[in-house]
Design a protein around this ligand. Structure first.
Ligand SMILES: C[S@@+](CC[C@H](N)C(=O)[O-])C[C@H]1O[C@@H](n2cnc3c(N)ncnc32)[C@H](O)[C@@H]1O
Length: 373
């Protein structure tokens, strides 16, 4: 089975799309296992149990970051030129319909970024990450916003993700307003997860629920005195982690995620279990204790200096979308005495050369002092 897409030769999104899906999957499996073997100490991966999950083929993505350029939505292609995209086979059909509606509007903008989103209930969202002058122009030119709001498209604007509201015949920006754009799990049940259109979320709510099941299989029925979560985003994993601890310290530094995170925590009455820190530095200033579990899901750049000192935890779950930073962070954990117990390739990015890595590490038992003959 192969992907059908007229842009395969030039689009940078699917460099493996010309291969049969089984060949793509084997290539990814080999890439992961060989990279771990070649970059990590043998002792660290001696007993690692591997799993490979390929949950999707096409029509699964519910959000997309486009470039808008002179009447079209598209991306930068392999030759670094703008490539207009009429339909991407990875997008759910409602996302493609929204893209088509947006390209028909007479935007007074030459170029800028637009994120499109579809919610699990079918809600439509548009984040216009444009220059201030363009934002001003769109707010005063009521035709475009009228048409979008008449069609019940929720619109956010600018770096802060402020919400556009109508007041009579005029439009203005109000505070960022979370909306159930995504899904997660709380206490074993799928629930709506609030975010901004401009917040980080995983690629698809359905895949996310599957990924959570897999992460739960790492933790089984363990209970931890306390858990530290780095890179919580809007609380996607935070909420299910409260089933494993009564004290969760969360580190997240982006306001577009922190606003919905606080709302999600309050909505489920979890304020007494969760403390939020807006930087690693502020977390360590107040917390000197060891944790049962570190749960990290960093951006592509990895965890930064978090693993530069010994990590005061017994177990670590590391969820990564970027193999290179995963390898260098996990190599540091090896020097702090951790072993890779489980590694799962969970493919949220079919046809690309990326994949999500779900991993579980434990502090290897230290040899007894003075022991041995
Ligand atoms: C891959 S996202 C994961 C978000 C969330 N776990 C989820 O599943 O939606 C990485 C998150 O790490 C946050 N982040 C990146 N660097 C950070 C830092 N230095 N301190 C705290 N959070 C950071 C980002 O803002 C983002 O929310």
């Amino acid at each position: 089975m192969k992907l059908t897409c007229k842009y395969l030769a030039s689009c940078r999104g699917c460099p493996l799309g010309h291969l049969d899906i089984e060949d793509q999957r084997n290539q990814k499996k080999n890439k992961l296992t060989e990279s771990l073997k070649n970059n990590l100490p043998a002792a660290m991966i001696k007993n690692t149990v591997y799993d490979f999950v390929f949950p999707v083929f096409d029509r699964y993505r519910t959000r997309c970051d486009f470039i808008y350029s002179e009447g079209k939505l598209g991306w930068i292609d392999q030759d670094k030129k703008f490539l207009p995209i009429e339909d991407c086979p990875l997008h759910v059909s409602k996302l493609s319909e929204l893209a088509s509606l947006i390209t028909k509007l007479p935007w007074p903008v030459k170029r800028g970024s637009m994120r499109l989103r579809v919610s699990p209930a079918g809600g439509l969202g548009l984040w216009l990450d444009l220059a201030n002058l363009d934002i001003k122009e769109i707010l005063t030119n009521s035709a475009i916003l009228s048409e979008l709001l008449d069609k019940e498209v929720i619109v956010e604007m600018g770096q802060k993700g402020k919400r556009v509201v109508r007041s009579g015949n005029t439009f203005k920006l109000t505070d960022p307003t979370p909306y159930p754009w995504f899904k997660t799990e709380v206490a074993g049940h799928p629930v709506d997860l609030n975010s901004l259109i401009s917040s980080f979320t995983q690629t698809s709510p359905e895949l996310n629920l599957k990924m959570i099941q897999h992460l739960k299989s790492f933790l089984v029925d363990q209970k931890f005195n306390n858990v530290v979560e780095f890179g919580s985003g809007v609380g996607n994993f935070t909420l299910f982690l409260t089933s494993y601890t009564s004290a969760l310290n969360v580190i997240e530094n982006d306001q577009r995620n922190l606003i919905p995170l606080r709302q999600n925590i309050a909505q489920f009455g979890l304020q007494s279990k969760i403390s939020i820190f807006e930087s690693v530095h502020s977390f360590f200033k107040e917390n000197k204790n060891t944790a049962g579990l570190y749960f990290v899901n960093p951006a592509r750049s990895g965890v930064g200096p978090l693993f530069d000192q010994p990590v005061p935890a017994q177990s670590i779950v590391y969820v990564s979308c970027h193999l290179e930073s995963f390898l260098s962070d996990v190599a540091k954990l090896s020097s702090h005495g951790f072993s890779l117990v489980k590694v799962t390739l969970f493919d949220q990015f079919p046809h690309s050369d990326h994949f999500e890595i779900l991993s579980y590490l434990e502090l290897a038992p230290q040899p007894a002092a003075g022991g041995g003959v």
